[in-house]
Ligand binder design. Structure first.
Ligand code: 6GU
Length: 222
């Protein structure tokens, strides 16, 4: 898979792309990720990327020219263009699965004060990562990238995501490691029993209990 990210803050991605599973996925060739500075596409002599909104009131608005030129340059027949905006479709694990099957994603990071409405016509899809406002789409595009890349075949063992929270709309069961007794808190005996059927049942019950307590809305979707 290839992911191209358009942003006015390319440096924000340095840490994200150079650590942990994302770095490994890049190094092993499962994904190619390119961060493009929208400013480098500006034809303005001062390399401007935003300007005052017509009608007044909303501060600086991202201009269409640099973003249209960037997408023209990067898009192919296989690209899905996604606009990051709090007005987009709420992002869910099911969408992460869909996107992980795509060949090429182009993520456009919006700006908190807004982007010219005509930029919307470039997008195949608009995504929001939740009901709160970020200063820009950069963190949101990292959330999308992270959640999609880990689902690409081979990036992590599929065992580790088959059991993820939200598959089947259930939260994860609790897990423990050594020591068996830590400051008086014991690992549930069933997990030490070696009895696989009982362990499976314990986990299923804990998943259900936890989902009922914390996210009853998910149970209604089952
Ligand atoms: Cl995608 N962008 C911004 N700026 N804020 C958000 C968001 C996206 N999703 C939730 N809040």
């Amino acid at each position: 898979m290839k992911i191209d990210i358009l942003t006015i803050f390319p440096n924000m991605f340095d840490g994200f792309l150079s650590e942990s599973i994302i770095k490994r996925a890049i190094d092993k060739g499962f994904v190619e990720i390119n961060v493009h500075d929208i400013r480098s596409y500006s034809t303005d002599k001062h390399k401007r990327v935003d300007d005052y909104g017509f009608g007044g009131g909303q501060g600086m608005v991202l201009m269409p020219q640099p973003i249209f030129d960037a997408v023209d340059d990067i898009r192919t027949d296989e690209s899905k263009v996604i606009l990051m905006t709090p007005q987009g479709e709420p992002y869910k694990q099911a969408k992460a699965y869909d996107l992980s099957k795509e060949k090429h994603l182009i993520l456009i990071c919006g700006h908190y004060e807004g982007f010219d409405e005509r930029i919307r016509t470039l997008a195949d899809m608009e995504i929001s990562i939740g009901d709160y406002v970020l200063t820009g789409g950069e963190l949101a595009s990292m959330v999308i990238t992270d959640s999609v890349v880990r689902l690409i075949d081979g990036v992590i063992t599929s065992d580790s995501h088959i059991k993820d929270s939200f598959n089947d709309n259930l939260l994860d069961y609790p897990v423990y490691t050594k020591p068996v007794n830590f400051r008086g808190m014991e690992v549930p005996a069933v997990l030490l029993s070696g009895h696989h059927k009982n362990i499976e049942e314990f986990r299923k019950n804990e998943s259900l209990k936890r989902t009922k307590e914390r996210r009853p809305d998910l149970l209604e979707k089952r």
